[in-house]
Write a protein that binds this ligand. Sequence first.
Ligand SMILES: [Mn+2]
Length: 339
Amino acid sequence: MLSAMPFPSLLESLKGKEVLLLTHRGADVDAVSASGMLYFALRNSNACIGVPEHINQSAEKLASELSIPFELNPEPKEFNSVIVLDLNSWKMLGSTAEKLKSFSGEIFLIDHHSPSDDCIASKENTLIEEKAASTTEILFKLFKEQGIPISKEMAILAAAGIITDSAHFSYASRDTFIIMAEALEIAGISYNKIVGLFFVERDLSETIARLKAAKRCRIFRIGSFVIATSDIGAFEAQAASSFLRLGADVAFVGAAEAGEVMVSGRASQRVLEFGLDLVEDVFEPLSARFCGEGGGHTAAAAFNGKADSLDEVLQECVSLVAEKIRKKSNEKVQLREYR
Ligand SMILES: [Mn+2]
């Protein structure tokens, strides 16, 4: 979805204004790279990057390597305009959401997640391209279309966002590869050098979380697809990704605390090609039942809601996948669990 946008003149109209480039909480490499690209493009204005709550380690390393300043928990009211990057639901702003809700200036939004119902910016000020591998891919294209010069740093950032959000090109379109090639050309450094700018050794606590999730794994099969579920107190997304590498087609890993549940989902290329969409088929229906909010991408999504037991939520995730697979299969397929 590419909206008819005011974006051709966006940078022009922001000249001389105080602009906040706002990422999602726990900003990742793509969020920081997209903000960095705009930060460099707006260099002669007063642009500032704001990160709600915390920044992830890879993103922090990249920001430091490229000398990109950022501020934690920014105050939108100190700015004339806000550009929201790499998110499109209030929940992803964490504690900054309330501050932005009372912001009276103009808000723009550029993102590649599935659109949600709770719009942060007006339709004219929103640019969502779900097919883009990363927000930096959208910006790179936008800059080219508008004749905005792309510097070496901006190209490195475009590439970094693409590499991480496409999971090293597992989720990449033809456009992604074209943009990546152009970005590498301008960047003038190798692919490996770019990866080195944000690579951090995996934390021991993450390794333990992944292995614990594996220990508690439940395995289901429907037709030729394998679904894995587990629970863990941290690194849910990373644990879910591990299950895909072990061979699962769909993985749901959740955490629960004081009635609040959070589930991270991942889906393989094979099950996506079959027609499963984690947002539409699983996390959106889940939102109604467990009063929460789900969003993300077709292959990588998350849900936050309320439930007495995490098992109940994970079970519902499995049932929703099974339902979709049954609908699309001609033969009768049964859901079974391996114990
Ligand atoms: Mn992203």
